[in-house]
Ligand binder design. Sequence first.
Ligand SMILES: [Zn+2]
Length: 86
Amino acid sequence: MEDKLSNCRRCGKIFVQNRHALCQQCLQEEEAEYRKIYDFIRKRKSREASVAEVMAETGVAHDRIMKFVREERLRTIVSDRHKSQT
Ligand SMILES: [Zn+2]
């Protein structure tokens, strides 16, 4: 089997490619961020939160939150309607 090298999508480091396109360290960081957001939303009665609320409560960057939303890992987040659509 041949290992393919790739640049990490997040930190740019060269690593052996996996299905996440992230190096091991970034993968762990991303999991930790996801957990934080998940726990925060789970505690809410409505199971919903705006991106701004999640950012304020968890300290996770906007881009990262939106990435989870795009990947449909965080379906319950209500997008911040005041932000311009991308
Ligand atoms: Zn990385």
